[in-house]
Write a protein that binds this ligand. Sequence first.
Ligand code: ADP
Ligand code: ZN
Length: 678
Amino acid sequence: MPEPSELLSTVFGFSEFRPGQEEIVRAVAEGRDTLAIMPTGGGKSLCFQLPALMRDGVTVVISPLIALMRDQVRGLQAAGVAAGALTSGNTEAETEAVHAALRDGRLKILYMAPERLASGGTAAFLKRIGTNLIAVDEAHCVSQWGHDFRPDYLRIGDLRAALGVPVAAFTATADAETRAEIVTRLFAGRAPETFLRGFDRPNIHLAFATKNGPRQQILNFAAARKGQSGIVYCATRAKTETLAAALAREGHSACAYHGGMDPESRRAVEARFQTEDGLIVTATIAFGMGVDKPDIRWVAHADLPKSIEAYYQEIGRAGRDGTRAETLTLFGADDIRLRRAQIDEGLAPHERKAVDHGRLNALLGLAEALSCRRQTLLGYFGEAAGPCGHCDLCDSPPETWDGSVEVQKALSAILRTGESFGAGHLIDILTGTLTDKVRNRGHDALPTFGVGRDVDRKTWTAIFRQMMGHDLVRPDPERHGALRMTGRARPILRGEADITLRKDTLKAASRPAAKALVAEEDAPLLAALKAKRRALAEAARVPAYVVFPDRTLIEMAERRPATLDEMAQVSGVGAKKLDRYGATFLEVITGHAPEPVHPARQKLSGRAEGAVYDRLLEAQASLLRGETGTEKPMSCSAALIARVAALGQPDETALERILGERRAERFGPAFLDVLAAS
Ligand code: ADP
Ligand code: ZN
């Protein structure tokens, strides 16, 4: 079996495994049943693609989304891996190419849509082609209670039994019920080796802000990241349209995406987003499942998501390539009311609503957090962590104050008015504002009237929002907008517990400085590399990242490789891509075409043998006419030199076998010296 780390660098061009990958790769390659739970962007695909190359026979990958399969196949082919897909989206020629590769025994990875499993001959077909591993992507699709349930996934268990091969299942969904269901349905209840990779996505910067001119806040955020791909999630279809138009007016390329559009226009947006560099999509939550773009540089929420899970999933679409990515989530009291109302007005049974309120509470807790957001977020997923240093609260800790007295005053205003009013009227009472409504209801006679005069209206608004955020009060679904006290508020009302609140820093939204991906001096080169990538991607009709991901271009711009050897050291540049694109990108960096290199030498680029090869070549040059310089000229072919370099150790017999007697006589001792010295 080839070494996984060797394939990692030669085929995929990565210098090291991401956390957790190596163990999973080994388990899968050794044919053990495995279940791996990894966060989005953790690098799941590699965990079945690499073992597929290590094992004999064909690995069949069941994946729910045709668009994703096509992209993965294109990516693999670009890396020189024999992969294909059988889906309803195939052209006849594509299908024929897959069958031809199968007939020749060349194909290593076959992607298949789950629908195929429903047709009778599939198991026999997969047996015939030598399937020896089933990889199941998005394994949570087998869960009947999940949002992504795909009935055909239930057939995978039977397929496994019919073929008698191991199954490797992957998902980003961590909850215990889903995991148990996967074990029952895919593994017939026999527990697979399970890998649970942490949920942290350290390259994603987390930030929340209270709404204060929200459209301008989003425009500013986008302006600081001009030219970078991003998604803006909005709560309504109308807002996706108006925001897209506003972004376009500011010179971004932006388009809207929502469930009300016809399928064709939606697909067109997905395709544009996948291939175009720097497009912004303003979307309702309907966007994202079908996109597998690793270089999304930012995600903004123009409105608060519905739960902490939704939040995590949506920000998780950013930065899957591991390069820095940024997020901003806007929220305000109206968002909290909207999300509460959506839960209360839904058709779900009572217990379900309670769970949904809990998930919303967790998100609000994150929004109103007083210290490191990542710590709070990971804490929700049951992971302990220290302060991350990569979120808005770590960047600048919020000012806080003891709000216990003000909260007590607010709660008493709520109780004394029969829990029948919204924040606006309650603030009128607290600040002693004599409106008609206050006078008509006689609320100016309440003991709470005017007790909060010392605090301004804006601060009271922030206090009420935070009270909702801490779930001390909830809007009553029966009485439109009226706030009711919850059990959590009682200890504060009784003076048995304190509550710390944040001071909202409602700075006027200013234009932040542009956030560049590289230092100023490298920016022009990065732009040139991106332009070259775009041209190549368009010519080949593949997404830009299939040529090279952002992170590879960033590394090129920073390290400025001067030779193909140095180019091969850049993360993301495997042998095949070096071969195909290395010289082209090198030319962009150095300004001239690199010296032609013999293919046998190029194969060794970036490896230790490359340097050995060069020294062997030097040694040979000095002996071309023998030690005396008078003998008949003699030399070794590039292929021979490469084989000698591959020896690694000085080995006289092996050397003679490679070179033959005559050449060994002339070059042998010098070559052995070179090998011994390296
Ligand atoms: P997911 O777990 O969401 O399916 P992917 O398999 O799509 O994630 O991987 C996300 C990105 O990370 C891809 O662009 C992939 O090329 C990259 N990646 C995976 N493994 C590594 C690695 N060991 N080193 C660098 N990049 C990697
Ligand atoms: Zn932090």
